[in-house]
Design a protein around this ligand. Structure first.
Ligand code: URA
Length: 434
């Protein structure tokens, strides 16, 4: 019999935990076998003392095992997903899933909701009237068989240990631990029943990992632990200092994704979505090199196949396809305020975290997990880093419903924008590819 007190003491004293001890911890988290304070004490000991690669791989495997695990053997094709560690305006999933599927990849994508300044794929999708993310396994299977992808939320039975541990980490300041983040993400991804995973590790003020050292360490941890658990895993580290694309806020981001799938999206968003989709195609063995994979994805984009698949996905998941064909039918805020440049110069900063927080204050995001969101509100940027502006040029639009919320958000938006006299070098979007 493995006792919680022994396991906590071992980690407290800096020892490496045995596979059995780690399994007992994961099982207890999945089934309320230990008290919350015991789970929390062990989380803090792991946070402070660290976990070896072996311990992290064991925890990931056990968190997957004590829950439901999908398998899609009956469906032909490589099962590959992409996961991002989260950012501001990070909406690539909605673009790359239909593109990768159009190239032959099967994408059973399980996503999360936004929390704090970061957005979540599920909230974006739910801004489409009627769209359901709570599909049963059979409903998801039908999506995979018909269009090659489906987009759902984590069910109660998928990695239940992660639900408990994430809730406790959130309230015990133990979220920012590389082993715990690795196990949390990968336990859910393994349960999806995929063969391969492309990770987009975000780096910068709008991300969990604020600096390249931490972002590279997380990327390395995810690759080694994913691989140790039989998942073909690769990771890109990408910049999240400024928002990705030009919109922040759920319906606004859906509109931008639809524009991108029709060939008229912002360059950075299109570039990253195509790159990640191409990585999925390559990982799935559907191209012989990165160039060929990118060509296939571009063809899916330019021929409109990606857009058509997204439209079909909306139909299959209960959404109103008319709101995709005519985006004016998506939720729209009651008011738009334009913010203008006060001086001439070059845009040197669009602080992602501050803009994400401002969008959250307008109602686009939530400060705690149970809060409701307003799908219509958010920000639309008219500039990018490095753009030259003159006084009175439009910098961004604030889409809002409530004057009081606008009053709260406005100072943060003003603080987020910096204009410098000297020209600004545009930093690279991709910091590393594995
Ligand atoms: N996303 C997750 O799913 N888990 C974490 O711990 C952090 C980000």
């Amino acid at each position: 019999m493995i006792l919680a007190t022994d396991v906590i003491r071992h980690k407290r004293d800096g020892l490496e935990l045995s596979t059995e001890e780690i399994r007992a911890f994961a099982q207890a988290a999945a089934s309320q076998g230990w008290e919350d304070y015991q789970l929390s004490a062990l989380l803090m000991a792991i946070f402070l003392r660290g976990f070896s690669k072996r311990e992290t791989a064991n925890l990931t495997a056990a968190m997957t095992e004590f829950g439901e695990r999908y398998s899609w053997e009956e469906i032909d094709g490589p099962k590959i997903d992409k996961h991002s560690t989260g950012g501001v305006g990070d909406k690539t999933s909605l673009i790359l899933a239909p593109l990768a599927a159009a190239c032959g990849v099967i994408v059973p994508m399980m996503s999360g909701r936004g929390l704090g300044h970061t957005g979540g794929t599920l909230d974006k999708l739910e801004s489409i009237p009627g769209f359901r993310v709570d599909l049963s396994r059979d409903e998801l299977k039908r999506c995979l068989q018909t269009i090659g992808f489906g987009m759902i939320g984590q069910t109660q039975m998928i990695a239940p240990a992660d639900r408990t541990l994430y809730r406790l980490r959130d309230v015990t300041s133990t979220v920012e631990s590389i082993p715990l983040i690795t196990a949390s993400i990968l336990s859910k991804k393994l349960a999806e029943g995929i063969d391969g995973l492309v990770m987009d590790v975000k780096c910068g003020c709008g991300a969990f990992m604020k600096n390249p050292t931490d972002a590279f360490a997380l990327a390395e941890s995810i690759i080694s632990v994913g691989t140790a658990n039989g998942l073909k895993t690769e990771a890109l580290v990408t910049r999240m200092a400024a928002p990705l694309g030009k919109t922040i806020g759920n319906a606004l981001e859906v509109k931008e994704c639809l524009a991108t799938l029709r060939g008229g999206g912002p360059k950075d968003l299109e570039e990253l979505s195509v790159l990640l989709a191409a990585r999925m195609v390559l990982l799935g063995g559907l191209a012989s090199d990165e160039r060929e994979a990118a060509q296939k994805v571009r063809k899916a984009l330019e021929s409109g196949q990606g857009w058509e698949r997204f439209l079909k996905c909306v139909e299959l998941q209960g959404g109103d396809p008319k709101s995709i064909e005519n985006v004016d039918r998506l939720p729209r805020a009651q008011h738009i305020k334009i913010l203008r440049a006060e001086k001439s110069g070059y845009i040197s900063e669009l602080h992602a975290e501050k803009l994400g927080r401002a969008a959250m204050l307008l109602g686009a995001g939530r400060q705690k997990a149970s809060a409701a969101i307003n799908p219509a509100v958010g920000l639309v940027l008219h500039v990018h880093i490095g753009n030259e502006v003159q006084p009175h040029d439009e910098i961004l639009e604030i889409h809002y419903d409530d004057e009081n919320l606008l009053t709260n958000a406005l100072p943060l938006i003003q603080e987020a924008i910096t204009i410098r006299e000297e020209p600004v070098e545009i930093p690279p979007l991709i910091l590393s590819k594995s």
